[in-house]
Design a protein around this ligand. Structure first.
Ligand SMILES: [Zn+2]
Length: 333
């Protein structure tokens, strides 16, 4: 062998070189193969991971959609809750209203039974009323304004006294009578120059209106108001001393005459507020006899407030009767 190597030195070296090359080649193939295996493994790993990721994504999506559904349900529940709250509030309000209505009905029933049991004083007058107001209306009835006055009086539960004239719309007399008002006599024809010529002309005029009232209502009125009042001075122009004579004569003729101690000023053209102020100014705890005219539209407007304010001041309302005392002016003729 040694001999052969010695002789074939070059061939031997060539073999060695070839061997080394082949060995290197084999080694590199093995290394590459290994790496390829590793790569394949890694690819599989990555593929696995990817599929895991996809699965996780799907799970996440599912959880998300579940969460969304839960949110929606929550919102629906919230809405339902709000609706129920509203319904609850409405029901509470209805319940409260019903309770109040029942309470009012009960109070009304109590008031009605009280009204039935307690005698006269009109229910519309407050129990504390300590002064009396006699509302009086002259120069009517008027077909346009008197019905409105009567409506107000009816609505407020107030009785008043009407000193009527024979030239008025006497068809309203029965309504006055039926609604509890007093009918007094003022004049048949409201003409100072005619009625105050002398005592007889006055008495004849008074008799004429008295008969008209009697024929319509069956009432022979015993209460009167002189045109211009007993204190008038206009009569002096026609007959000196006639008011002195008449004021003394009338009681013997069966009449009681009435002047006033408060005037609304409606005959002098007072405004609605002016009328209210004029009446209230003199209503201070004394009994009052208020002069107004049911032919005046402003009196129609002022009357409701006048009644309310007088009530608030403790006044009750009554009608004049032949036995009512007072309300006489001083005589000036
Ligand atoms: Zn008059």
């Amino acid at each position: 062998m040694k001999e052969w190597i010695k002789n074939n030195k070059h061939v031997f070296i060539l073999y060695i070189v070839v061997f080394i090359l082949v060995a290197a080649l084999v080694a590199s193939v093995i290394v590459i193969n290994n790496k390829s295996c590793e790569n394949e493994k890694n690819v599989t790993k990555i593929s696995n991971l990817t599929s895991q990721n996809i699965k996780k994504d799907e799970e996440t999506k599912k959880v998300q959609s579940d969460l969304d559904a839960a949110k929606k349900e929550n919102e629906n529940l919230k809405k339902q809750n709000e609706e129920l709250k509203k319904q609850n509030i409405e029901l509470t309000a209805k319940k409260k209203a019903a309770a109040e209505a029942a309470k009012r009905a009960k109070q009304k029933a109590t008031t009605v039974s009280t009204k039935k049991n307690v005698s006269p004083p009109p229910a519309t007058n407050p129990p504390a009323a300590t002064h009396t107001c006699y509302l009086t209306f002259d120069d009517g009835p008027s077909s346009s304004t008197t019905p409105q006055i009567l409506n107000t009086l009816k609505a407020k539960g107030v009785k008043a006294t009407f000193f009527v004239v024979g030239t008025g719309n006497l068809s309203l007399l029965n309504r006055m009578k039926n609604e509890g008002h007093a009918i007094g006599l003022h004049a048949n024809v409201h003409d100072y120059g005619r009625i105050y010529q002398n005592v007889n002309t006055y008495l004849a005029d008074l008799q004429a209106v008295s008969d008209k009232v009697y024929n319509i209502t069956g009432i022979r009125s015993q209460i009167i108001r002189f045109p211009g009042g007993s204190s008038n001075t206009v009569s002096r122009k026609y007959c000196k001393g006639i008011m002195t004579q008449l004021s003394k004569l009338m009681p013997s003729k069966g009449y009681s005459y009435f002047d006033w101690n408060v005037s609304s000023g409606d005959a002098e053209g007072a405004s609605v507020q002016g009328e209210i102020n004029n009446v209230l100014r003199y209503a201070n705890g004394n009994d009052i006899c208020v002069l107004m005219h049911d032919i005046k539209p402003r009196t129609v407007s002022a009357l409701p407030t006048i009644i309310d304010k007088l009530r608030a001041k403790g006044y009750k309302f009554e009608v004049l009767t032949p036995t009512t005392r007072g309300f006489h002016h001083g005589i000036n003729n």
